[in-house]
Design a protein around this ligand. Structure first.
Ligand code: MLT
Length: 239
């Protein structure tokens, strides 16, 4: 049951999308705040066309490109905007540069989850309970490249699973990616905000004055919520 970071050609039993900065943090926040569902789109026009059928009271449209809000959308991708007053009972239609695409790529897995530091414990709890045979943890990165914060979050999940199942070092042997991710998390676990400040996308967001978002996204285990796919592209909170 060792989590794997690199997708093989098979569809896994469980696939977990990670985009700490900020898409999966935002999704967890919306569902924890009482949002009805989160529906993801890689394409902005498709988002507009599908959400058109929903009443203005029921829908919220979030669009982010390059870290900034897309003009004409209700929201960008800041989790801090997703207050209970705003999101309660509403569906968030969201398209972001990388995070929503990662989710779409893994949507054929039997179980599809969204994870970030904020809901790490809920994701780990699910893995311990269901014990899926194969797990992919898919970091969203930035336009295809490696992401420090997503790898650290994958490490945070793997670290906790390994600890709670008393997995020995030998049992992890051969899985270079998981060992690296756990090592990265172990080094930074008490300093995640600093790690986000070092990360390339963290620096991009700081240039856009999103310091408060970084602080929020660096918190571990603060939301007891598990965003899980109900139909392709639609995530709801697991009851
Ligand atoms: C993404 O999906 O690329 C990110 O969530 C970007 C962002 O920080 O808004």
């Amino acid at each position: 049951h060792t989590p794997e970071l690199t997708p093989t050609d098979k569809v896994p039993e469980c696939a977990i999308a990670v985009d700490v900065l900020r898409a999966t943090t935002t999704m967890a926040t919306v569902l924890a705040a009482g949002g009805e569902a989160v529906q993801v789109f890689s394409d902005l026009d498709q988002l507009l066309a599908v959400s058109e059928k929903w009443s203005g009271e029921k829908r919220l449209r979030a669009g982010e490109r390059g870290g900034s809000k897309v003009p004409g959308f209700d929201l960008g991708n800041s989790p801090l905007d997703c207050t209970p007053e705003l999101v309660q009972g509403r569906r968030l239609f969201i398209s972001t540069t990388n995070g929503t695409r990662a989710l779409q790529r893994i949507q054929d897995a039997k179980a599809v989850l969204a994870a970030a530091f904020v809901n790490r414990a809920a994701v780990v709890q699910y893995l311990l309970e269901k014990q899926p045979e194969t797990v992919w943890i898919v970091g969203s990165g930035w336009e295809g490249s490696f992401s420090l914060e997503d790898t650290a979050c994958a490490g945070a999940i793997a670290h906790s699973v390994a600890q709670q199942t008393k997995l020995s070092q030998d049992e992890l042997a051969g899985n270079d990616e998981v060992i690296s991710a756990i090592a990265l998390y172990s080094q930074w676990q008490d300093n995640l905000l600093e790690l986000l400040h070092l990360a390339s996308h963290g620096k991009r967001l700081l240039r856009l004055n999103s310091d408060e978002d970084l602080k929020y996204c660096s918190q571990t285990d603060i939301l007891d919520v598990l965003p899980i796919q109900q139909e392709p592209g639609v995530l709801m909170s697991r009851k």
